[in-house]
Write a protein that binds this ligand. Sequence first.
Ligand SMILES: Cc1cc2nc3c(=O)[nH]c(=O)nc-3n(C[C@H](O)[C@H](O)[C@H](O)COP(=O)(O)OP(=O)(O)OC[C@H]3O[C@@H](n4cnc5c(N)ncnc54)[C@H](O)[C@@H]3O)c2cc1C
Length: 378
Amino acid sequence: MHREFHIGRDQRLQDNPRLIEACKGATSLLPVYDLDLTISRGPHQIAFLLDSLRDLQRQLRKHGSDLLLRIQKPAVEHVQWYNAADTMYRASDLPCSLSSLPDVFTSFRRLLEKNATPIQRPLHAPASLPPLPSDMVYIDVPTPDQLGYHVVQCDHRSAFPYYEPRWGAGESSAMHHLDEYLTSHQIDTYKATRNGLIGTSFSSKLSPWLAVGNISARTIAWAVRDYEDHYRANDGTYWLWFELVWRDYFAFRGRNLGLTLPASIQNLDHKGFQSWIAASTGSEFVDAGMNELRLTGWLSNRMRQVVASYLIHELQAPWQWGEAWFAMQLIDYDPASNEGNWRYIAGQGADPRGGRHFSIDHQQKMYDPTGTYTAYWR
Ligand SMILES: Cc1cc2nc3c(=O)[nH]c(=O)nc-3n(C[C@H](O)[C@H](O)[C@H](O)COP(=O)(O)OP(=O)(O)OC[C@H]3O[C@@H](n4cnc5c(N)ncnc54)[C@H](O)[C@@H]3O)c2cc1C
């Protein structure tokens, strides 16, 4: 039987249950990615996505297959693959149904711990792929400029310099990064350093690869488990799992409640919002964060919280506009995590405290006491 395989946020060969399923009984298989050019994407996000697809095309070619990139909107029945992240826990292994998912994250996390919910072992890449249909022409995945995008080089100060091969999109870079993160024992200090703002090593930096699916959260979880068996479990290994549970929680909430498409942010005439985007709010700390985001497509979790709180609670702009700006800019844009976190700060989501209104002065004193970050991205 001939099949099309719609690649979404699972741009990899290893631990790809959908790919394995698609190969079963297929006499020919056509791997397809529908690139919707009507979605607004910033220069860094489109560059990372196309690099990832190019890497996948290379891997598929090594296996006698290929990737057909079509410039079109995905059909309605395939849209979910382009939006939904692959989770660490399988929905069918959860100790609750999706419709009875706890409203509060802590209850969800405790439920997983109490029931020692299993994380499925990662699957091997298929040994071989079914042949391609013979009547197609496959061209190389284009570069952003070939698609008419304005190219902006990533700023060299980036905390995720994706233009360097070591940090580039693709399955092998992702696996190499995970391996190095563990063998260098950076994970041991994860809990203490995860609120850092500058540099490549204060947090795991796995999010861009996770967002396009160059690596699965299961692969990370099992590698961390092996690490614990080999060395020891510690605060760092626990907290990395904890953060990946947040990612799952937002993904399951999204599946359960549905995600709203990011708002259109064209022609919005809100002075506060415009100054936020332009990094000219007058708050030097917030402006530094907004500069970093625009110049690199990446921002630390701490600064995401700071700039989001400022937009919602100081500038009184709808959180949906901030969500939409992040959705365009981030190289690690993940619809469920992005919406979930914006709702959380706006007091609409999984937060028993009814929102997060951060004092910007206090945040700056805590996390940038000497002004180094603010000066770095001024
Ligand atoms: C307003 C706002 C918007 C966000 N939008 C996104 C987004 O579009 N895509 C995205 O991947 N993350 C998003 N996050 C979550 C978080 O900021 C990033 O996942 C994290 O900064 C990525 O860096 P890291 O891989 O070094 O994370 P680490 O701290 O090393 O964490 C490891 C992994 O855990 C997951 N994780 C960590 N924190 C969170 C969180 N709060 N929510 C969900 N998953 C989490 C990520 O997959 C991350 O890669 C957002 C946070 C905020 C406050």
